[in-house]
Write a protein that binds this ligand. Structure first.
Ligand code: ATP
Length: 202
């Protein structure tokens, strides 16, 4: 089984995530892409994260119509900070030796990979699939010099580029700017119904 793993805060999920995941699923002939919302992400302790139940509910609405997408609770059902390397090890346990993992990330996240826990093991546990993000470049050959094996385990996939980010969407909601066409309609309706992102804390 070829399993895509797309980790993120998804606060909220948006079309940038969805279009990238769908294109990678198709191009790499993945059986499924698992969206793995973070419980308490170690990289994002600088802003208040929306309660997990809201982020999960929005993800469920966003992926419901795609049989190639699924949600994994692996990072939200355990406590404390969740490191990607541990998530991947748990998914290997859950899906068994027949599963080949492909970890999806945006170009912006690749730049940070050396700061993540145990990047050497991380690239052994999963192939890394990097999708473009406007304004971000990465040099895999340079990375390979400090993280041997990186070039072999990382591939960059061209997907339709969308200059959308969760932080921008939160700010737009706060300011009263439209978010239509940036998130699925059901996600927008959920944000409005629960009055998310109106508060300065976000
Ligand atoms: P924030 O703006 O709060 O940093 P985000 O939009 O980057 O949030 P995350 O949930 O942190 O969303 O992202 C999860 C993953 O999706 C990361 O690997 C990130 O690089 C990638 N990603 C997010 N937005 C896009 C986009 N527009 N195009 C491609 N990849 C994206």
């Amino acid at each position: 089984m070829r399993l895509g793993v797309f980790g993120g805060t998804f606060d909220p999920v948006h079309y940038g995530h969805l279009v990238a995941a769908e294109e990678v699923r198709y191009r790499l002939r993945l059986d499924k892409v698992l969206f793995v919302p973070a419980g308490m992400p170690p990289h994002k302790l600088d802003h208040d994260i929306t309660p997990t139940r809201h982020r999960v509910a929005m993800l469920e609405l966003a992926i419901a119509s795609n049989p190639g997408f699924a949600l994994s609770r692996v990072d939200i059902d355990r406590h404390g900070p969740c490191y990607t390397v541990d998530t991947l090890a748990l998914l290997h346990e859950e899906y068994g030796p027949g599963a080949e993992l492909f970890f999806l990330m945006g170009m912006d996240s690749l730049a940070d990979i050396l700061t993540w826990k145990d990047p050497e093991r991380l690239i052994r546990l999963a192939r890394i699939v990097v999708v473009g993000r406007p304004g971000f470049q990465a040099d895999v050959d340079e990375l390979d010099k400090v993280l041997p094996g990186a070039a072999e385990r990382i591939c960059i996939v061209d997907t339709p580029l969308m200059e959308v980010s969760s932080s921008d969407i939160r700010q737009r909601v706060r300011e009263g700017a439209p978010i239509r066409y940036q998130v699925p309609e059901a996600v927008e309706a959920y944000i409005r119904a629960h009055r998310l992102y109106l508060d300065d804390a976000y």
